[in-house]
Design a binder for this molecule. Structure first.
Ligand SMILES: *[C@@H]1O[C@H](CO)[C@@H](O)[C@H](O)[C@H]1NC(C)=O
Ligand SMILES: *[C@@H]1O[C@H](CO)[C@@H](O)[C@H](O)[C@H]1NC(C)=O
Ligand SMILES: *[C@@H]1O[C@H](CO)[C@@H](O)[C@H](O)[C@H]1NC(C)=O
Ligand SMILES: *[C@@H]1O[C@H](CO)[C@@H](O)[C@H](O)[C@H]1NC(C)=O
Ligand SMILES: *[C@@H]1O[C@H](CO)[C@@H](O)[C@H](O)[C@H]1NC(C)=O
Ligand SMILES: *[C@@H]1O[C@H](CO)[C@@H](O)[C@H](O)[C@H]1NC(C)=O
Ligand SMILES: *[C@@H]1O[C@H](CO)[C@@H](O)[C@H](O)[C@H]1NC(C)=O
Length: 828
């Protein structure tokens, strides 16, 4: 359906499940089934939807699969074959129907399906819905339905063996991931065979609903909606806007169909109106092309992160888990998430919540970090997958782009897999066949959104270069992914001045309370087997410490558990400060071209959430607890933000604004001595006009001159805080800038922070009292779930009150018993 009017033309992609209202008999087969392994040595009841691992745990056959080293201990589960069986009554009404379909909304993954001993069909793709016609196979009385699942590890390896002509790399994940091989040969969550942030749990099961649907053929009226267009003036509809740019108004569309006076169709759906364009056009003063999204005609800077599966076992991803994570994204002022291509196409509720909250979704197709086969049956199942997913999801305004794969263009272009030059053309051909000739061709059934072939890519330039650019990381085009663990993350010069940063990040450890349920005492040290086991990134634990050591004293407490928890803390400090620096660099680069580069219009750090309790790039721990980084994101994604940095010993402050209207702002800079809670001096710039949607330099002064005018301050003894203000007061959060590494600072004292707890109608709060300037002040209430109003902050006042928003029933007593306060000076 296309809705056009004056000015913008709103294309509404609305797919009505035409037959959904025409199904008078539907029998759900969800609930308790029975499950057994290949030699029937294990047999147990199992919930559908669900998976083998969940059933085994629920019935007490295994412990929590996330406990300690269980990912390795439970490898046998995915090497075995498993059969799900259920019995249901074939009602007369069902059997009298002219057509009966057996519908599986999701089978994970390779299965043969049997009804009353007769083969009904096979499945090979977790991302497809399967319908089998079973009319005539149903009996009176008990019917027996069996789903026999083949080991996905075995299947992947057999498909690999059958593909003898040439390698389809990578063969196996790196050893540090302790994973399984050849996941690219099976249409299944790619990270389920392990990833650099996650365990290997190659799941098997009926992960979505199963039902019978019965029709009388007479009722199968083809309702054709093309020719059926509404024309509305665009001024008549209220538009859907991304979070921070307006509301997300929704209309209810009810469609009723009558036949011979009977209601045969009655559906209601939510309808939203918005337009999206991806703008790739020449940029004045810069080679290359712009790369930004225009929503309803307005250029929008995308602020957010990347989404990975919320659990290894999708049946544990409850509505509450989704809501909590997505609310956390919105509370950190994000407006966009990329649903990353190594996970799953998320459940409907995920996208409905994104619609409601104004979260824009960059939706990858599920291909990641690999080459893929292109045999006929593989292509066929992928085409069906793409058709179904596009039809299922295209009515969601939150989705603003489709993207073919994660990093596969880059993998080919920069030769991750050592492909001999002579064989390159074969791989290029396969790449184009899969993503362009098939996925893109099928996906373009939805003309209302941009389709990108890969991330990162050079967008239109990659297409010019035959879909695989010589350098897909070129900052003059498209989006980039950038990671560096060895360079100093406090130095913004190390970051690419890209058009769009769709991945960047640093690892940290989750907090002690998150690790407690999956570890025992001997695990609580940074050098334990457990700590190495949970780290799936080569040298990851060491790299975190080396990066932290560039600027901080590392913990050296003699008590081993304190030393461990202090180390967890310092990795979070390091991560928060690194990602802050990088994100602020991208936000302040949105209006400038420097040395031909700039006009950055997106910052999506890697990664939002975690799949288990382990070190990773996430800002939210498994279970929903915010890391320090997520609290920092609340500030660095603020609509109005002051960004401070040095260039050649000159301090610059930029005012960044995502607002629609113009502002007049000045920068106010306070200089503090590390040894004193009262500012040494305060400077203010003149008022500057700040246009909506821009980044503008409003303060510039050599650091030496600034300090010379400010008592006896030196780089080692003082630090800066700053904010933006106008006549009505402070606008946006306060920010800070260190003039030296805190480990080199002079005059730093133990702040000896004391706490008062209180409770009023609005909830809980803590009032901190500090004896000196304290950096990275971190409040932790262990396993009491909830979040603080702010955390990880720089304390330059004697007292500060912080609210605690509890997610569960708690009490002042429990909070005061659980609370620990840590600041940088408490580590050594
Ligand atoms: C699983 O099924 C495959 C195919 O029938 C068979 O080759 C394999 O041996 C079975 N695995 C087990 C553990 O029985
Ligand atoms: C750690 O793992 C190594 C190698 O598997 C083993 O030899 C050692 O005993 C383990 N140490 C502890 C404390 O479990
Ligand atoms: C913190 O307490 C220690 C030990 O009592 C004391 O030496 C130090 O001076 C205190 N710090 C401040 C800033 O008062
Ligand atoms: C929370 O942590 C405390 C202290 O470690 C422990 O006593 C309590 O059992 C934990 N509660 C839950 C629900 O895990
Ligand atoms: C700050 O906290 C201290 C210690 O809790 C208290 O004595 C003092 O009154 C507080 N000051 C202000 C201004 O609230
Ligand atoms: C909440 O906690 C209080 C105090 O522990 C208790 O009296 C109350 O019953 C609890 N409420 C709920 C809903 O659990
Ligand atoms: C810990 O490190 C600090 C700073 O380097 C040092 O002053 C202190 O003596 C060390 N303490 C221990 C117990 O090693």
């Amino acid at each position: 359906m296309t809705l056009c009017g004056n000015g913008i033309c709103v294309v509404l992609c609305w797919f009505l499940g035409v037959s959904s209202g025409l199904r008078p008999v539907a029998l759900s087969l969800d609930g308790k089934w029975s499950l057994s392994n290949s030699d029937c040595s294990v047999s147990l009841p199992a919930e559908v939807p669900g998976c083998v691992h969940s059933a085994l745990q629920q019935q007490g056959f295994i412990q929590d699969p996330y406990f300690r080293f269980n990912d390795v201990s439970y490898r046998w589960i995915a090497y075995d074959n498993w059969t799900y069986t259920t019995t249901f009554a074939g009602s007369t009404q069902l059997r009298a129907s002219q057509k009966v379909l057996l519908v599986f909304d999701g089978v994970d993954t390779v299965a043969s399906i049997w009804l009353n001993g007769l083969a009904v069909g096979k499945t090979d793709n977790m991302f497809r819905r399967y319908d089998f016609t079973v009319s005539g196979l149903l009996k009176d009385g008990d019917n027996v339905l069996k789903v026999s699942l083949l080991s996905p590890v075995l299947y992947a390896s057999e498909r690999r063996k059958a593909h003898s002509a040439y390698r389809v790399p990578p063969e196996c994940p790196p050893d540090v991931q302790k994973g399984e091989c050849h996941v690219n040969f099976i249409r299944k969550e790619q990270s389920s065979f392990s990833w650099d942030w996650g365990p290997s749990f190659p799941t098997m099961g009926l992960w979505k609903g199963v039902r019978l649907e019965a029709f009388d053929v007479l009722q199968l009226i083809q309702l054709v909606f093309e020719s059926f267009s509404f024309f509305l003036q665009s001024s008549q509809v209220k538009l859907w806007w991304p979070n921070g740019h307006g509301d997300q108004p929704c209309y209810r569309l009810t469609v009723r169909g009558f036949q011979g006076g009977f209601l045969v169709l009655n559906t209601e759906s939510k309808v939203y109106f918005r337009s999206v364009e991806l703008v790739q056009e020449p940029v004045v003063g810069s080679p290359g092309l712009s790369f930004y999204f225009r929503i309803n005609g307005k250029p929008i800077f995308l602020k957010g992160s990347n989404w990975i599966p919320a659990h290894s076992f999708q049946d544990r991803v409850t509505p509450a888990v989704l809501r909590n994570l997505l609310q956390s994204a919105v509370d950190a002022r994000m407006n966009a998430l990329r649903v990353w291509g190594g996970g799953v196409y998320e459940q409907d509720l995920f996208y409905s919540i994104c619609d409601e909250m104004g979260i824009m979704v960059w939706q990858d197709f599920m291909f990641a970090c690999a080459m893929y086969p292109t045999e006929g049956d593989f292509i066929q199942t992928v085409r069906e997958e793409v058709i179904q997913q596009v039809q299922r999801l295209k009515s969601h305004p939150s989705i603003i782009a489709w993207s073919g794969n994660n990093e596969n263009e880059a993998a080919l272009a920069t030769d991750w897999f050592n492909i001999p030059v002579s064989q390159r053309p074969a791989y290029l051909k396969d790449y184009v066949t899969l993503y362009v000739d098939n996925i893109r061709a099928v996906g373009q059934e939805d003309q209302s959104r941009p389709f990108l072939v890969s991330s990162p890519s050079n967008g239109a330039e990659s297409e010019q270069e035959g879909w695989v650019a010589s350098n897909p990381y070129d900052p003059h085009y498209g989006d980039t992914h950038f990671y560096s663990y060895t360079l100093d993350c406090w130095d913004w010069r190390t970051f690419p001045r890209t058009r769009f940063a769709s991945e960047y990040g640093f690892q940290s450890w989750p907090s002690f309370s998150t690790l407690l349920p999956v570890s025992i005492k001997e695990d609580w040290s940074y050098n334990s087997n457990f700590s190495s086991h949970r780290q799936h990134h080569e040298d990851g634990n060491l790299r975190m410490l080396l990066q932290a050591a560039l600027h901080f004293n590392l913990p050296n407490a003699t008590d081993p558990v304190k030393r461990f928890t202090d180390t967890l803390y310092i990795t979070q400090v390091m991560q928060a400060q690194c990602v802050k620096t990088q994100t602020e660099f991208y936000r302040r680069s949105q209006s400038e071209i420097i040395e031909g580069k700039g006009r950055t219009m997106g910052a999506l750090y890697w990664q939002l959430n975690d799949v288990w309790q382990a070190p990773s790039w996430s800002s939210i721990e498994f279970g929903g607890k915010w890391k320090m980084l997520h609290y920092f994101a609340q500030n660095f994604f603020a609509a109005v933000l002051p960004v401070g940095f040095e260039d050649g010993d000159t301090l610059f402050i930029y005012a960044v604004s995502d607002l629609s209207h113009d502002l007049k702002l000045r920068a106010a800079v306070s200089v503090y001595s590390w040894s004193d809670l009262d500012p040494v001096c305060t400077l203010k710039s003149d008022l500057h006009p700040i246009s909506g949607g821009s980044a503008t330099a409003i303060f510039k002064q050599p650091v030496a001159a600034l300090l010379a005018g400010c008592g006896s301050c030196t780089r080692l003894t003082c630090l800066l805080t700053f904010h933006l203000e106008d006549s009505s007061g402070q606008q946006g959060p306060r920010n800070h800038h260190f003039l030296c590494s805190p480990k080199d600072a002079q005059g730093v004292q133990r702040p000896n922070i004391t706490v008062r707890h209180s409770q009023d109608e609005a909830g809980y709060s803590v009032t901190l009292h500090s004896a000196s300037v304290a950096a990275f002040v971190w409040l932790d209430v262990g396993n009491v779930t909830g979040r603080f109003g702010s955390n990880g902050f720089l304390m330059t006042s004697r007292n500060r009150t912080v609210r605690f928003n509890a997610w569960c029933n708690t009490s002042v007593e429990e909070l005061s018993r659980s609370l620990t306060v840590t600041s940088l000076r408490d580590l050594y």
